[in-house]
Design a protein around this ligand. Sequence first.
Ligand SMILES: [Zn+2]
Ligand SMILES: [Zn+2]
Length: 407
Amino acid sequence: MQTSSARLIRESFHQYYKTSVETTLSPSLIRQREFGFILSDRKTMLRHKSFQNSASLKTHIVNIVPSDVYYSSAYYEAPEADMDKKGWRGADLVFDIDADHIPTPCGKIHDSWVCSGCGFSGKGPSPEKCPICERSKFDTRKWMCDRCLESAKKETIKLLDMLMRDFGFLESELQVYFSGNRGYHVHVESECIRLLDSMARKEIVDYVIGLGLEPELHGLTKKGRINFRNKIDGGGWQGRIGRGALEFLEASSEEITTVGLSKRSIKNLMERRKMLREKLEKGGWLDVTGVGSKNWPKIIRWVVEQKASKIDTVVTTDIHRLIRLSGSLHGKTGFAKVETPVGSLSKFDPLKEAIVFREGEINVDIVEAPRFRIGNKYYGPFRRECQELPTAAALFLICRGAAQARE
Ligand SMILES: [Zn+2]
Ligand SMILES: [Zn+2]
């Protein structure tokens, strides 16, 4: 028998899909894609499906009312065949940026864990081993707030800058989406990346995260001089390091102390930083001297850390990946995966744009929830209480397993 919560989610999702425009649920070259569905029991995964057009996909979704809908970034000759018989014909280049991969202080406020062994619990990310029983299985509860969604957006903006400035992709080849939960997806659909294998995609990943970047190959000489020919508006990591060094020279003294320089070097830098900044801005690197051969590698390491984009590296290298379908609902939030134009990302508010259930109120029994925002309104924190909430807020708590609908 279905609980009232499960019934409510199913009815709401059904209503959403029934009234949604079928073209919003349609990836390009739909016939060559594999589709997958997590059913409303949230346990069963149904995959290796394919559809001739967006109308038949929509009909299927309306009939089964899944919790989550996925499609392959890959194009196949026979999407319904077994994995090794599908006939891979290429794949979009996909990036996933999730708050999970970005350390933010707010995790300590809104995330929590419970040890599956002994029930011991704590705030923030789960430890490697339970401090009481030493087992390493935890039930984790992760939430999102303005702060971690904003950091995910910041990482996405850095990625887009690299894709356009360094890789030369056109804005029209890039699609940016809010995932419907804690992050963003960037899809690149272009002939020139379609046939890249996993290894080639790994090279792109390494570039984006700045892995293996050797300062010596970017102009740092053994004597501690930077020998860049480019000015700081140059392309690639060289220009990016230059712009980052400028930001370093403008950083607060607390931030500068995190880089690992000696007290004397910091004092020296602080005294000369106005002059260094002017030289860097005006003439590029060649005139910037006297920072010290031991200090530049540390500063550059800090800059790379700031400028790299914290993507989920596994998603991009997987050429058979199933990714969430744009326009579909996220089973853990009840929010939609929605697209935002590249140019408007900085102003995009996911907690407004991704909300689809905008009418009515629902009575819920809430176990526990931190403060959260939907639209312009903040709710909670809640602990063991009954509340009448707007539908989107109530469904959000139910989808996260933090509340039950009242009978
Ligand atoms: Zn334990
Ligand atoms: Zn947060």
